[in-house]
Design a protein around this ligand. Structure first.
Ligand SMILES: NC(=O)c1ccc[n+]([C@@H]2O[C@H](COP(=O)([O-])OP(=O)(O)OC[C@H]3O[C@@H](n4cnc5c(N)ncnc54)[C@H](OP(=O)(O)O)[C@@H]3O)[C@@H](O)[C@H]2O)c1
Length: 247
């Protein structure tokens, strides 16, 4: 029986991914900043651990508590939408701390175990924003694109040890807590001069031609974790798949 550790399982894509791996018979370690047992099925194959990916001591404690794992899914992430000109550098750093350095730190912490066992998979959840540029998300896109390059390079050195790395690129998922979780961070990031442009963008976002469901992402993370073909990138959700085809 295989074990997966998934970060950011309190809501959205991470929560659904935890449910999906559990339903497939895996042992699931669902990591959350604020642990809650009530969102997941009660099972001896399901454990909730506390984890903040921006805190090294939290990462060490979570991996210690998890024991040996077969797959790490770096799903935890935060969003940001706004005009770059007025985005404080503290906010830029905050986004990178979670989306970029948090993923790197989790990867570094998991690698000794994977390398020693000559087996393991790391699935990094980025975004369809890395497939084609989208407006008003420059910082967020930068934080996720860094992980695309990081993962693609890492694949070579880890192949030596039979450790695989994968990228899952979800599309726009308005049903998750992503926008509400980022609400406070985005306050004041559309100044007057940018308002007409931003209004046009927000209007088009309100009428998407296709959106991604959490179940789309869970299924694709599952496919990526079990993939033996060498495929690196896995778009998830109809909008992301269409974007990947058009680029
Ligand atoms: N929804 C979209 O439109 C969309 C599109 C493309 C990619 N994505 C990516 O998909 C992933 C999941 O997002 P989602 O849509 O499911 O959003 P979500 O519902 O807000 O879930 C994000 C999860 O990440 C956790 N998290 C945030 N900061 C963390 C930290 N420092 N340490 C540990 N956990 C942390 C959150 O925990 P708390 O509950 O404690 O905040 C939450 O569990 C993210 O990487 C996001 O960038 C989302």
């Amino acid at each position: 029986m295989k074990t997966v550790l998934i970060t950011g399982c309190s809501s959205g894509y991470g929560l659904e991914t935890a449910r999906h791996f559990h339903a497939q018979g895996w042992t699931v370690i669902a990591a959350m900043r604020t642990p809650r047992e009530d969102v997941l099925p009660r099972s001896d194959r399901l454990r909730v651990v506390a984890l903040d990916v921006t805190r090294p001591e939290s990462i060490a404690a979570a991996l210690e508590a998890s024991g040996p794992i077969d797959v790490l899914v770096n799903n935890a992430g935060i969003g940001l939408m706004g005009a770059f000109e007025v985005t404080p550098m503290t906010t830029v750093r905050e986004v990178f701390e979670t989306n970029t350095f948090g993923v790197m730190a989790m990867t570094q912490a998991a690698l000794p175990g994977f390398r020693a066992r000559r087996s393991g998979v790391i699935v990094n959840v980025t975004s369809s924003a890395t497939l084609a540029p989208m407006p008003l998300v420059a910082v967020y896109t930068a934080s996720k694109t860094a992980i695309e390059g990081f993962t693609a390079s890492l694949a070579f050195e880890l192949e030596e040890f039979n450790v695989r790395v994968k990228l899952v690129q979800p599309g726009y998922g308005p049903s998750t807590s992503f926008t509400s979780n980022g609400g406070a961070r985005m306050q004041g990031l559309i100044p007057e001069a940018y308002a007409p442009f931003a209004q046009r963008i927000f209007a088009s976002l309100g009428q998407p031609s296709a959106v991604t469901q959490a179940s789309d992402v869970a299924e694709v993370v599952w496919r990526a974790a079990n993939d033996a073909s060498g495929q690196l990138r896995f778009p998830a959700g109809p909008d992301a798949v269409a974007l990947a085809r058009s680029t």
